[in-house]
Design a protein around this ligand. Structure first.
Ligand code: PEP
Ligand code: MG
Length: 586
């Protein structure tokens, strides 16, 4: 029995057999039942045959176009394909250790890599690239039979827990959560996107474990304890029994129908709007059930990961329309695609994730080309989304929101594209209603110029997940610095106040949709700073209503005034805890 400690990001206890995913190497590692080993070996053989055929075709094609010398480069790969150190060695691993073929191929490559890295001769060392290429081809051909990680996961026979080095939201979106009881990752912090998803899926999760994928073998029994920030590998019978009991005891708090429908307000009657953050159109029912008045943040980029190819205008229109009708009379705020270069590049190398948006060569700097900035470099893609949104707008109350904006000129360019999309539709005879256009304030530059933005847009939404990250220079996915990721930092409270005041002066609505709002203690301080609209994980709405209903807004404003004079996070936290009495910060 072994215990690893991390950061519990979604409470609850579950146990199950481990499925290990190396997302960075794009390989899923799981245990294959002995009676299915023959099938696994047949898959590997099929992949070898396909790879040979493809290499022979490429060699012939290149030979015709560029001459025999270049074509000969592929001879080396064809020879390697028959090398006993490669496919036969992988077959041995499948047979002896009962692992899936993808994992065995990756293992063999890792062994090869280590040998190549020690070779002094630069020419020979470079041959590692050939092996990598060939291994990539074998893995790609293995995927032909199982078209996505989701298919792989759904092929599992028993309830599992997912152990991963990192778990991108795109993969989380593909997991069949009826089969997977909980997860643990080596990377991550509390506001890691995947952690946010875990909370909305209500599956226990622990992140920031550093070395779980190396310590856990596929098929090993693992307990995930999101409440106690730990996982237990190979639990003894007593621990396992306790975990099983806790997993049946753990049920997310449910509130009565009346409570859920009641709008949120403080004890002295100040109305607070609580909307939901959602990632999938199917989450709408959950949001409504949880008592959300509207959708304050629909992360539309999840559309790109749940479809094999980029969704067309019609497909997007149908989804947006369904959401607007489903949430009526509430408002749905759709954030236009917020993806970064990495996510797009991953799509281009992973055929299971759909069409190729961007090629490796097109990738420039690894930071900052994301959200609206990226959409502006892909006007066709962006216009398609805007047309779909504007068409859907007549079916309900829609707001369009641009993410990751740092300058007013970006908003102007985006508005220009909105006008063009509207003109396209009008030319097609479609009537386009007025749709409020807003921005996420999540880059410090936008926050400090909120007064200037306020003249150009209809509403603000403060995205504290990114705002904190960029204000404090802390990568929220990096567990080594995640302790410094501090919503109660004086700079964060001041910057939020700056934005709220700019919105109030310009008389435009401002809401806050970062994870901060899901924490009831932080929420009360935000109300003290004058915010009255929030959007959060649906599961957090019930508790937020309850807490707000017991506190007076004038007390919260006084609390905020005191807190704004304090210089350190610790002092602020103590002041907040003292004021809130029984409501403690996690
Ligand atoms: C934010 O940055 O606060 C936000 C809600 O957006 P995301 O977490 O999707 O970047
Ligand atoms: Mg953000």
């Amino acid at each position: 029995m072994q215990r690893l400690t991390g950061i519990g990001v979604s409470p609850g206890v579950v146990s199950g057999r481990a499925v290990v995913l190396m997302q960075r190497a794009q390989v899923l590692r799981y245990r294959v039942a002995p009676e299915r080993i023959a099938d696994e070996l047949a898959r590997l053989d099929q992949s070898r045959l396909r790879s040979r055929q493809q290499l022979q075709d490429i060699r012939a094609r290149i030979g015709r176009r560029r001459g025999p010398e270049l074509a000969a480069l592929f001879d080396a790969q064809l020879l390697m394909l028959d090398d006993p150190m490669l496919v036969p060695r992988a077959e041995g691993l499948v047979r002896d250790t009962l692992v899936n073929a993808e994992w065995a191929v990756q293992q063999v490559f890792d062994e090869f890599s280590a040998i190549f890295d020690e070779i002094a001769d630069p020419y020979l060392r470079e041959r590692k690239g050939d092996v990598a290429d060939l291994v990539g081809r074998l893995k790609m051909n293995l995927r032909q039979d199982v078209s996505s990680p989701r298919d792989l996961l759904s092929a599992l026979e028993e309830a599992s827990v997912l152990i991963a080095d990192e778990l991108t939201p795109s993969l989380v979106a593909q997991v069949d959560w009826t089969k997977v009881r909980g997860f643990a990752t080596d990377a991550g912090s509390r506001t890691y996107h995947t952690a946010i998803l875990a909370r909305s899926l209500e599956v226990p999760a622990v992140v920031g474990l550093h070395c779980a994928v190396d310590r856990i073998q596929p098929g090993q029994m693992v307990v995930i304890d999101g409440t106690e920030n730990a996982i237990i590998i190979d639990p003894d019978a007593k621990t396992l029994a306790l975990a099983e009991r806790a997993s049946t005891d753990h049920r997310p708090a449910r509130h009565g129908e009346g409570d859920r429908r009641r709008p949120a307000a403080t004890a002295d009657g100040v109305r607070i709007t609580l909307d939901a953050n959602i990632e999938f159109a199917d989450d709408l029912a959950h949001a409504r059930y949880a008592g959300a008045e509207g959708i304050g943040l629909y992360r539309s980029e999840f559309l790109l990961t749940s479809h094999r190819a980029l969704p067309t205008e019609d497909q997007q229109y149908e989804i947006y329309r369904r959401m607007l009708e489903g949430m009526a009379p509430g408002t749905v705020t759709v954030r236009t695609f917020d993806v970064d270069e990495d996510q797009m590049a991953r799509r281009s190398t992973d055929p299971t994730l759909g069409g190729s948006w961007i090629s490796e060569e097109e990738r420039g700097s690894r930071q900052g080309l994301r959200g609206l900035r990226l959409s502006l470099t892909r006007p066709e893609l962006f216009r398609t989304q805007l047309r779909a949104l504007l068409r859907a707008a007549r079916h309900g109350s829609l707001r369009i929101m641009f993410p990751f904006v740092s300058g007013v000129e970006q908003v102007r360019s985006a508005r220009q594209l909105v006008s063009e999309a509207a003109a396209d539709l009008q030319a097609r005879g479609i009537v386009v209603p007025h749709v409020p256009i807003g921005v996420m304030i999540e880059i410090p530059a936008a926050a400090y110029t909120a007064d200037l933005f306020a003249r150009e847009v209809d509403f603000f939404t403060i995205g504290t997940n990114d705002l904190i990250q960029y204000c404090l220079a802390v990568d929220r996915a990096d567990e080594r610095v995640s302790r410094l990721y501090e919503p109660l930092h004086p700079a964060i409270l001041r910057v939020i106040l700056t934005v709220r005041r700019a919105a109030t002066r310009a008389r435009i609505p401002v809401s806050l949709c970062g994870e901060m709002a899901s924490d009831p203690a932080l929420l009360t301080l935000l109300v003290g700073l004058g915010l009255t609209e929030f959007s959060m994980t649906p599961g957090a709405i019930g508790v937020a209503k309850q807490v707000l209903s017991e506190l007076r807004s004038d007390d919260l404003r006084a609390l905020a005034r005191r807190v704004l004079r304090l210089p350190t996070v610790d002092e602020i936290e103590q002041e907040l805890l003292a004021a809130l009495g029984r409501y403690s910060i996690r």
